[in-house]
Design a protein around this ligand. Structure first.
Ligand SMILES: Cc1cc2nc3c(=O)[nH]c(=O)nc-3n(C[C@H](O)[C@H](O)[C@H](O)COP(=O)(O)OP(=O)(O)OC[C@H]3O[C@@H](n4cnc5c(N)ncnc54)[C@H](O)[C@@H]3O)c2cc1C
Length: 536
């Protein structure tokens, strides 16, 4: 049987979308079970195209929904039975707009143009949601052919109900940005080992840098849940992008805001928020990772300032940064310095041959007699507590970010297993496969609640250091497990860059290690529980 989705005059008259349809008709994009017919069954007089989805049990809608309210209502009712919230189905809401008469498709056109096939795939997905009869999924189309899914997200426990309108708006805005601007090119960046620096001004314009800092400094002054949702959506695109925003906001802007003088805040925060100045955070050293207190970088007094000597390693954004927040021992006490990377004696060679976080710049910072003026010392940063407070900020964002990666791989695995047939059945119909999907689904839901509650506690000023450790430790772990499981469920296809799963899996190996390794967060929790330190 054939189910038709009627696209209205708006759609056909639009040249871009018309191009998509034409391509599909000519077989230039693999529409698999979708069949397109032009101008058939159009009793309304307006030109229309019917997208026929072979195998669907849905009835044939001959008219534009807008002209046939009965069908429109029926269609809506069907949709609502499957998913309560339109938004869930089509990340960018196109389903509703297409189905309900194509009235408001315009703002999706740009999206459709950049993801031509995803437009078609979304239609198929819609029908599948309606009658579960279709075996066509965006995840079945390699990304090189444009098979990019619109993200639907996971909201089994109605976390959306716990968010304010503003928080949802922030989430949806970043979600759309990631769909439109990140997903189409991130594979290429990952493959080539480059960071998509062209996105920096756009991210800045959206207020994504230091989003939870005050407007006074040019920041968005969002609450922590909104900030977390930004990190979630960015990392759904790629951990490298989230790392960039985490470092810029939580590890560079936060310490300046928290430990800096008013003059330093005025000087640096607005330009960092605009992305005109890029920052990095230098704590880790070649011989001191989990134990940063052992650092060897030294700051020695000099007239009018300090002279820094030492090497930092694994520093995100290092080679592209204009300023580096460097932690060094001055007379045995850890202090924070804003080092301008153009300073004499400062070098930041990039670390190459990484197999993880490839769409992110990671560098050494080598400081040989680098002079830092007194004006660039963070006056209120004294002792190891100061960098650890910054890490707590970044870990909070990671706890949310990991959720984005987990949802991306979960969604891909669900779609893929529903579309992949073995032994004459979709592999999603096998119990062993369902058990794995159920496990990932449950863990994502638990992790969402953890992140949400942590965000609310942070907004109320009640969040504890060890609570952040629990969320970072748990959420990164479940995301990594989700990625490994999704990879398994996708068989050989799972190992390629054609799908997001292996990329996320590789990235999450770094996320598991940085900002306190999984083991270190276990020990933080162990200390919280017992009152006994087990680090040494
Ligand atoms: C891509 C990437 C980006 C990074 N970005 C930054 C950055 O911007 N700024 C920055 O300062 N750092 C950054 N880091 C460094 C990161 O924070 C460190 O890698 C991390 O703290 C771990 O240190 P390490 O790699 O030296 O491992 P080690 O500390 O040597 O740990 C190795 C293993 O030993 C375990 N271990 C260590 N001590 C104990 C213990 N007491 N008990 C039990 N197990 C233990 C660890 O859990 C781990 O499994 C980045 C790292 C990566 C990979």
């Amino acid at each position: 049987m054939v189910a038709d989705i009627c696209l209205t005059r708006d759609v056909i008259n639009n040249s871009i979308l018309h191009g998509v349809i034409k391509k599909a008709i000519n077989g230039e994009i693999p529409t698999k079970n979708i069949r397109l017919r032009v101008g058939e069954g159009n009793t309304g007089g307006a030109p229309s195209v019917h997208v026929g989805i072979v195998g669907s049990k849905r009835c044939h809608f001959e008219r534009m929904a807008a002209m046939n309210h009965e069908h429109d209502a029926e269609l809506r009712a069907n949709r609502l039975r499957v998913r309560k919230n339109f938004h869930d189905v089509g990340g960018w809401g196109a389903c509703r707009d297409v189905v309900v008469g194509g009235l408001d498709l315009h703002h999706h056109i740009a999206h459709a143009a950049s993801h031509e096939i995803s437009f078609m795939a979304l239609l198929a997905q819609l029908a599948d949601d309606l009658d579960r009869g279709i075996r066509f999924h965006p995840a079945m189309i390699p990304s090189s052919l444009g098979g990019v899914m619109a993200f639907r997200g996971v909201d089994f426990y109605r976390i959306d109900d716990l968010l304010s309108d503003e928080e949802r708006l922030v989430r949806d805005t970043v979600r759309r940005f990631v769909d439109d601007r990140v997903i189409p090119s991130i594979d290429k960046h990952f493959e080539e080992g480059t960071f998509p620096s062209d996105l920096i001004p756009e991210m800045a314009a959206l207020g994504l840098f230091g989003a939870n800092l005050p407007e006074k400094y040019g920041c968005a002054n969002m609450n922590n849940v909104a900030y977390g949702l930004i990190m979630q959506e960015l990392e759904r695109g790629d951990s490298g992008l989230r790392s960039f925003a985490s470092v810029q906001g939580a590890l560079v802007m936060f310490p300046i805001h928290e430990f800096g003088s008013e003059q330093q805040k005025d000087r640096w925060l607005p330009v960092l928020a605009k992305g005109e100045t890029i920052g990095c955070f230098g704590l880790t050293e070649p011989d001191h990772g989990s134990d940063p207190g052992g650092m060897e970088t030294r700051a020695d007094r000099a007239p009018g300032g300090w002279v820094l000597n030492g090497t930092k390693r694994w520093i995100t954004n290092g080679s592209v940064a204009d300023i580096a927040i460097v932690w060094a021992k001055a007379d045995g006490e850890i202090r924070g310095f804003v080092v301008e990377t153009g300073s004499k004696g400062f070098q930041a060679p990039e670390i190459k041959k990484k197999l993880s976080l490839r769409a992110s710049v990671t560098s050494d910072l080598i400081m040989d007699e680098v002079f830092v003026p007194d004006d660039n010392v963070l006056p209120k940063a004294q002792g190891l507590r100061a960098p650890l407070k910054c890490l707590d900020q970044a870990r909070f964002g990671i706890a949310w970010g990991a959720l984005g990666a987990a949802m991306a791989v979960y969604e891909c695995a669900v779609d893929y297993t529903k579309g992949r047939t073995q032994f004459g059945q979709p592999i999603a119909s096998f119990q062993l496969v369902q058990e794995k999907l159920a496990e990932v689904f449950t863990e994502i839901t638990k992790a969402q609640l953890l992140a949400w509650r942590l965000g609310r506690l942070k907004d109320e000023g009640k969040q504890q250091f060890a609570q952040t450790s629990m969320a970072k430790r748990n959420n990164v772990w479940i995301a990594l497990e989700a990625a490994r499981t999704a990879r398994d469920l996708m068989g050989a296809n799972g190992i390629t860059l054609e799908y997001p799963v292996f990329r996320h899996m590789c990235n999450l190996e770094s996320v598991y290690t940085y900002e306190g390794t999984h083991n270190i967060h276990t020990l933080i929790l162990g200390e919280h529980i017992t009152g006994l330190q087990a680090y040494k």
